[in-house]
Design a protein around this ligand. Sequence first.
Ligand SMILES: *Cc1c(COP(=O)(O)O)cnc(C)c1O
Length: 494
Amino acid sequence: MQYISTRNLGVHCSASRAIAQGLAGDGGLLTPFFIPKLPGKALGDMTAMAYQQRAVYIMKQFLEEFSVKELTDFTAAAYGPDKFDTPAVAPVRAVEPGTYCLELWHGPTCAFKDMALQMLPHLLSASLAKIEEPRTACILAATSGDTGKGALEGFKDVPRTRILVFYPKDGVSRVQEFQMVTQEGANVGVCAVRGNFDDAQTGVKKLFADEALREELAGKGYFFSSANSINWGRVLPQIVYYISAYCDLLRDEKITPGQAVNVCVPTGNFGNILAAWYAREMGVPIQKLICASNANDALTDFLSTGVYDRNRDFHQTISPSMDILVSSNLERLLFFLTQDAAQVKGYMEELSATGRYQVSDRVTEKLNRHFKGYRCDDQRTKETIRAVYHRAGYLIDPHTAVAFSALERYREETGDATPAIVVSTASPFKFCGSVLEALGERETAQGLDAMDQLSAKTGIPVPAPLAGLRGKRVRFDQVVDKDRMAEAVLSLLG
Ligand SMILES: *Cc1c(COP(=O)(O)O)cnc(C)c1O
């Protein structure tokens, strides 16, 4: 299958080049030329398969030049019992009648980024071999928390890759910092930057653009690469769990073959919900895609009006992984709906010039037909955590709570009682402070102790990867000024 740029149909390449390269040369996103349809009986056939087998079957449709043997090895390494604490990998939990929760946080960092970041490094490493790239990929990442740790765990000890993560010294939680500085693996490096997330991110962008550094690294056999969420190798593994969830519901006779479901997704960069859209295109009978946002609500407005406008206040919320003004992966949906690269290019140019664009009436009409957006502020997020816990005995994190709130609003507004899959993106133990407050605790413990407090309050054990942090040795203690990051790269690469 060919991959094309969302901004120019003339730019096309193989799957392995798309994954190795990350972004198209013209700034567009490399995207499959068409979305393959699953054969009629595929959903039924897959009910009997393990998650790993489903992943091989689905990814193979997009990755012609990868053999079944390769994909089988990758899924075994990415989703094995040493990485995920349940053989189901992405289990579906019945929360209330007609409401199912797809839990995407059973991996090594307890957040949904693991679903893609456990797979991407294998796809990338093999892609480099296929395109005969002799150098090692040096992945650079700036992180405000979850992505950095997810990338470190995913790339740990994967051949042909090195991974260096920069985080703002005072911009991540104590738990998140500890998760990173204790990271194991021979090919990893972690460095704190004096400043905030923006300083770290700007610094990493400068590293990518630093010609002298690039040359020095080439001499050592490295080239810079990135693992961000617009890489096709991150979107593809996410399609799998939507199809898998539908198969689980079929297998457990919660739904009948062909029965429609709705999905409700806590959304930031639009990667997760985009994967649901592709699953729908492949043949999963998904009726409505409910896009849940926190107070950063550019998508909520866009889905109802067709106007995307990033000119608005940025809110720091208790669901920080969704604190985002520009949802990059939306570009792929626009390309799908318009089938017009010139039009998409125009929208993106307007976005970068004015911070705003308006899609055509035809596209707005299509968006309205399939998507519905809702916003949820911190107050309502906490009320939802408390309500779901009291009503259903089910503990959720703030991101997941934003989604539960959206589903509730949608059902109130439309009366649509179609079975719904709510996507749960993080373990509540990653956000103990907010969750404890939501449950009415007045005093909350600091750092790792808050996990024990939440566990004592709810009777739910702390997930092993988080509980295991206590015994870990600090491996990385370097702190640099933001204009000294190039030296840090060289010293970390040794
Ligand atoms: C990244 C993230 C999201 C947002 O996902 P997108 O694919 O960026 O829309 C939601 N919840 C959590 C916990 C995340 O880490």
